[in-house]
Design a protein around this ligand. Sequence first.
Ligand code: TEU
Ligand code: CA
Length: 548
Amino acid sequence: MADFRASTIYQIYPKSFCDSNGDGIGDIRGIIEKLDYIKSLGVDYIWSTPFFVSPLNDNGYDVEDYKKINPLFGTMKDVEELIAKAEERGMGLMFDMVFNHTSTRHEWFQKALSGDKEYMDYYIFKDGDPEKPPTNWQSKFGGSAWEYVTSLKKWYLHLFDVTQADLNWENPKVREELKDVIRFWKKKGVKGFRFDVVNLISKPDVFEDDTLGDGRRFYSDGPHIHEFLKELVADTGIDEMVTVGEMSSTTLDNCIRYSNPDEKELSMCFNFHHLKVDYKDGNKWELMNPDYRKLKELFETWQTKMEQKNGWNAVFWCNHDQPRIVSRMGDEKKYWKESAKMLATCIHLLRGTPYIFQGEELGMTNAGYGDISEYRDVESINYYQIMLKEGKNEEEALEVLGNRSRDNSRSPMQWNSGKYAGFSESEPWIGIPDNHKYINVAAEEQDSDSILNYYRKLVRLRKQYAVIQNGTIEFIYREQPEVFGYKRLLKGQELLVVNNLTGSEVVLQEILHFEGYEYLIGNYPQEISGDTLKVLKPYESVVLLKRI
Ligand code: TEU
Ligand code: CA
């Protein structure tokens, strides 16, 4: 399998990718049907979000059985075929391991509920007064992070939905159970793993109220996190496999340790700081325009420090929890193509492993649902009610969801301009935006200048040029917020990447000199004459290479 430093990874959300049996819900045979399309993108690995047995309260991130396939998505045979057929095409499967919590339907939790002490210790149960939760910690989906069980006269911790009970990683039996899950899928031929909110698994020895926040400072990058990761990786022998940890509210120092090869923990990390630069006062549910200065500072810090300390970033704009980037930081209308290509250029030439979330390569936009009845996501439905309680009216709350809801990325993949966008023969579980009539694979295949074909070029460049894979990075135009520029350097090669983050022309504070450089890629017809550049067009990207 390809080295992750030269690789690009494609993320699939099975429920919304392709429906093979006409029930309006995407499935595993649907992924198998589209393997040639995925291969045509040039990607090396496919990360699929969970399709294990689950009541789907959080679309599979509430796992009831880690070793069984949810019949809604298919069978174990389908999964084995998917792994084999992907491998035939030189692609590896990365499975999503949700090890911070299980569904409360999981047999372990059911046994705990029946009062079985051994299994109660698989979770975090606390005595306490039924009127007062053990701490003031908040669930990330809103409300208290504690649920009282009358029959046990105890509270249990759930950092996410009430049906997602946090596991007690202090318990070696729990750690053994989860290692077994890894060994099970490794034997099935899975080539890598994504670990869900894995930096939240180590809870503090003492559970106390958070007088400053919602409790996350007590359990994010917790006391034994590096020990637990080292043990998990060593005991399951996955050090050579491609692994990525989703790190919620994490720190740079911890992510350097998580991804530095000497630490023998993970290959790389997802951090989300760059996706909070449009959160007003850090609040996801308060809208503001992206703070480009902050965005650039974050990228520069995480890129240069990870380089200095030999850590490795996963670089991405989109996933199944984030709104669509072209809607968020680009332009859905006049400069839709240019802005989508510019945003891709910004991250695909950085130092790190790029991730493409299904539909991002088409420039898919936020779904634009107009009524709360069109939303499906537990977090969005909860916060709609919370926003109304906090005084927003329905229109205001819907506007926030229209920009922030996770459902914006969960609308069905748009394969063609058909009634259900080629996703299914019947009405999908969630709505499809009208713009699927022109934003779809079939249309963009025909257009050599499409966003789809631009993504293919970017993926190819990373394979072709060692400077993109392993070059050092140096940021330029640091003082000009609307210009996102950097150089990648490796003996013999120098790459110059300049992007205009805005929809207006930008005069470069320093003229860009590039004599001896060749034009590599850009999102406007190549009109660069001479060897200087003074003005960038709206959302323009220019990438130049010099062989030194
Ligand atoms: O997401 C973790 C996570 O932190 C997200 O919930 C994110 O912060 C939030 O959606 C942004 O508002 C992971 C999975 O990616 C997500 O789909 C699951 O819901 C969550 O964990 C619980 O498993
Ligand atoms: Ca289906």
